[in-house]
Design a protein around this ligand. Structure first.
Ligand code: DX5
Ligand code: ZN
Length: 214
């Protein structure tokens, strides 16, 4: 699965930018609050408008503090998947349950320096694991290969039937890095600059998908 990140799109033309990647599996929406990360992007009103403007399922990546307060409304609005950060809450399980109760898939994300072991037990409460392969906050950074060990560890648990989970990766995914991530067992690849920085975003999505499947 390929999920273009609109962080690298033209925010004044979001409907067109979504249409430009029409064949994508998910559209990745980076919500940043200038507290959990040192950047500010968009929030619920923009997501509500985007939901009306595209049929691509929205994958909302909440890089925000207090996700217990702010995450469920994204699910209620109609986001397909709502991902919170493990580092942003003491009670990820109850946030996941609230997201699911509001009708969306629930995702858990870990920053590059956050180990996965403490969270393995609670991953059954989630539908996706988003492994960050850059420090969250900005597009266009370089891929951190060390994080692939986390994808591998969780892939094993999925393959053995202990977990049912989509393994997603976010940050620095491009034609040079997508194959290593695929080899580590990643199912879903977020790509911002590699898609929206390309002359033909739809072609960039097709290329990444073909490489990931090879
Ligand atoms: C970074 C965001 C990413 C970002 C990835 O904090 O979570 O989704 O858009 O951008 P690229 O693909 O350019 O690294
Ligand atoms: Zn993201």
């Amino acid at each position: 699965m390929i999920a273009p990140s609109i962080l690298s799109a033209d925010f004044a033309r979001l409907a067109d930018e979504a249409a430009a990647v029409a064949g994508s599996d998910w559209l990745h929406v980076d919500v940043m609050d200038a507290h959990f990360v040192p950047n500010l992007t968009l929030g619920l009103p923009v997501v509500e408008s985007l939901l009306k403007a595209t049929d691509i399922p929205l994958d909302c990546h909440l890089m925000i503090e207090n996700p217990g307060r702010w995450a469920p409304p994204y699910a209620e609005a109609g986001a397909y998947n709502v991902t919170i950060h493990a580092e942003a809450t003491d009670d990820p399980i109850s946030v996941a349950r609230d997201i699911r109760a509001a009708g969306a898939k629930a995702g858990l994300s870990v920053k590059p320096g956050t180990p996965i072991e403490p969270y393995l037990e609670i991953l059954k409460e989630f539908d996706t694991l988003l492994v960050m392969s850059v420090e969250p906050g900005f597009g266009g950074q370089s891929f951190i290969p060390d994080v692939l060990s986390k994808a591998r560890a969780v892939r094993k648990l999925v393959d053995s039937g202990e977990l049912t989970l989509i393994v997603e990766i976010d940050g620095g995914i491009n034609t040079d890095t997508v194959e290593a991530a695929a080899e580590a067992g990643v199912d879903c690849f977020v790509a911002g600059s590699a898609v929206y920085g390309a002359a033909d975003p739809a072609e960039a999505v097709r290329k990444l998908r073909a490489q990931a499947a090879a």
